[in-house]
Design a protein around this ligand. Structure first.
Ligand code: ERO
Length: 309
């Protein structure tokens, strides 16, 4: 067992670092490369009932410290991901499905089917910011409750929620109450910050095409927001729910900050898109070194131990 091995919702992960749903995880070949990489899990692209091409290009642009994108859920449709699971089992690491319904019924259908599959965890994405006319569900607590109530008893596999950033404790409190009421086993904090705008002053133009340039911001820019959400939920959920931290994990030191805030594991998206699959081993080794230097022998011994001034 390595110093950075961990557990999420009772499922063992060989290291603290895995990929985030989003970049380079939509095709079978990409999922196979994740299997072969040092990502401690195979997290799949959020899927819908029907396959989707996604939004028009340009829809993903790297920025000096992150990225802005409005992908629009390009994916092969959930049936393909169900098929892939059997082949991906050979990598002997956790497989995480991610479902993103366009209606309540979509969530029910997809969660029911993944419950019958060999995936280890099911992440229910309530925070896609990039579908025109579809607000992020997790900002609507009534609609979120309807979905949670409809998907809670469809099987025994742990269900998790991918959440958007909240910037007021009253929102995190409302969501934490739902998470506990509906027995959600893990959360993923945070999705990209939705509907941000980057402008090219030379061209006097937006830099992505969909939605008149509005898109999800990710990477280093959003790390303080992600840390705050991990910490707020860690305090509200009293260790009853596992937490994936995501948003600006670029180095072992970033991962260590998420660990102090209370994350059980971290996911890497923007840096994976830029650096490729070597990032998982690099960040994990950097984290191992930090733990070794500080004399910590496990993730558990540090998790959540943030000091206050
Ligand atoms: O556009 C997307 O496919 C997308 N982008 C995000 O930043 N977050 C998402 O959750 C998502 C699709 C579900």
């Amino acid at each position: 067992m390595s110093r950075t091995s961990t557990q999420v919702a009772g499922v063992k992960f060989d290291s603290y670092i895995c990929n985030a749903s989003g970049p380079l995880d939509a095709s079978f070949e990409e999922l196979q490369s994740l299997g072969e990489s040092k990502s401690s899990a195979i997290m799949m692209k959020s899927c819908t009932i029907e396959p989707r091409e996604g939004n028009p290009e340009p829809r993903y642009v790297r920025l000096p410290h992150g990225a802005i994108q409005s992908m629009g859920l390009p994916n092969l449709g959930y049936k393909k991901y169900l098929d892939f699971v059997k082949d991906l089992k050979k990598y002997s690491k956790p497989i995480i499905a991610s479902v993103s319904g366009l209606s309540l019924d979509d969530y029910v259908v997809m969660v029911k089917e993944f419950q019958k599959s060999d995936v280890d965890l099911i992440e229910v994405n309530l925070s896609c910011p990039n579908i025109e006319g579809k607000p992020q569900v997790a900002y609507d607590f009534e609609q979120s409750e309807k979905i949670l109530s409809a998907i809670r008893n469809l099987g025994k596999k742990p269900l998790g929620l991918k959440l958007p950033p909240y910037n007021d404790f009253s929102f995190q409190k409302q969501m934490a109450e739902l998470i506990l009421k509906y027995d959600i086993k893990f959360i993923t904090c945070i999705n990209s910050i939705g509907n941000t705008l980057v402008i090219d002053p030379e061209k006097e133009s937006t830099i992505i095409k969909p939605k008149r340039g509005f898109g999800g911001l990710s990477g280093e820019y959003i790390k303080p927001v992600a840390l705050a959400n991990v910490r707020a939920f860690y305090e509200l959920l009293n260790g009853k729910v596992s937490i994936f931290g995501v948003g600006g994990v670029n180095t072992g030191s970033d991962a260590f900050e998420f660990l102090l805030a209370g994350a059980d594991a971290v996911q890497v998206g923007t840096v994976f898109e830029k650096e490729g699959s070597g990032c998982f081993e690099r960040i994990n080794m950097e984290l191992e070194e930090i733990l070794l230097k500080k004399g910590y022998d496990s993730i558990e011994s540090v998790k959540g131990n943030l000091k206050y001034l």
